[in-house]
Design a protein around this ligand. Structure first.
Ligand code: UD2
Length: 311
């Protein structure tokens, strides 16, 4: 029987990961301090007898160690983080505490209590700006924010610990994740969650620039499934993989889907391009396919339709 601890279980990706693990019969131990996660995301999980939950700050020394000691775990999925790139630039010390110190505590807890597998939420932000057509894992890592730097450092901390002390580490470099439960509150929230909220409210959206910029948008359901595979599939070895679709979608295409669903909402307006914006970001998904048998299956149009029709 697998028992998996998820840090950040009440978050966007964490709660979907918990739901999928529970659906596949796994016992799930959730941890969150509700800094950015929310109780309502756990509604489904909490109805399941195989789910237990602790309200703790995993960046507080000793907190995670006690939990890992108490629960006999087969894996830890470490998703708790300071998730806003902008916030990491405003408060680099907080970024370090939540995105580097916390990772060290995860690595140490795994070592001290013999947890055989750690899955880590890394990010395409480790690559920074790049002019390659499609980013693979060998693309140079040149982070351009404290957030991206911390994600890259965390990969190193975990992989080093795993190699030294004999546990498996899977670093998952998520691209632009979207879907239900993503928080639209900040102007730096993912664009799809902002568009979804504004269309629901009957307000038009602003497209920064001409809208021809493209992203590799991946459904949270696919990302959660990649986490489930990384945490539970037998025979995996340590490694790093992009978690992306390998397909690009322009912002104009995204806006067009919303416009079709909301014919009465005013058309998008165009504003100045956002400072520092990347024009094209696209991942290559081949390593995840080869090493984990993972392939994204949700088409962006279908994921958007599901989001629009949800809750
Ligand atoms: C993500 C990160 C960003 C940085 C970057 C590095 C998030 C939310 N953002 O930015 O901080 O790490 O990756 O690759 O994780 N847009 C609009 N209208 C809006 C909001 C956004 O046009 O109301 C545009 C935005 O200018 C950009 C595109 O939508 O061109 C996607 O924006 P995003 O913030 O969702 O994602 P990204 O990849 O730019």
């Amino acid at each position: 029987m697998s028992r998996v601890l998820i840090t950040g279980a009440a978050g966007f990706i964490g709660s979907h990961t918990a739901d999928q693990l529970l659906a596949s019969g796994v016992e799930v131990v959730g941890v969150d301090n509700f800094r950015t996660g929310s109780k309502s995301n756990l509604r489904g999980a909490e109805a399941n007898a195989r789910f237990s939950f602790y309200e703790e700050d995993v960046a507080a020394a000793g907190a995670l160690d006690a939990l890992v000691e108490k629960n006999r775990l087969t894996a830890i999925i470490h998703l708790a983080a300071l998730v806003s790139v902008q916030e990491s630039m405003d408060d680099p010390a907080l970024n370090h505490r939540l995105n580097v110190d916390a990772t060290h505590y995860v690595a140490e807890a795994a070592r001290r209590h013999g947890v055989q597998r750690v899955v880590f939420a890394s990010s395409a932000a480790v690559y920074g700006e790049t002019d390659v057509g499609a980013i693979d894992e060998e693309t140079p890592k040149r982070p351009i924010s404290p957030y991206g730097g911390a994600k890259l450092a965390s990969e190193g901390l975990l992989l080093g610990h795993g190699a030294a002390y004999g546990f498996t580490v899977r670093c998952q470099r998520y691209f632009n994740v979207f879907g239900p439960r993503q928080d639209p509150a900040s102007p730096y929230s993912g664009v799809i969650s902002i568009f979804d909220q504004r269309y629901r409210d009957g307000r038009g959206v602003t497209i920064f620039g001409d809208g021809r910029q493209t992203r590799d948008f991946i459904s949270v359901h696919d990302v959660a499934r990649a986490n489930v595979i990384a945490a539970t599939r037998d025979g995996l070895t340590s490694g790093i993989a992009n978690i992306c679709t390998g397909r690009s979608t322009s912002l104009l295409d995204v806006a067009a889907v919303f416009a079709r669903h909301y014919p009465d909402v005013p058309a998008p307006i165009h504003g100045d391009p956002r400072h520092g914006d990347i024009v094209h970001s696209l991942g290559k998904a081949t390593v995840a396919q080869r090493e984990m048998g993972f392939e994204a299956t949700v088409a962006v149009a279908d994921g958007l339709a599901e989001l629009i029709e949800s809750g």
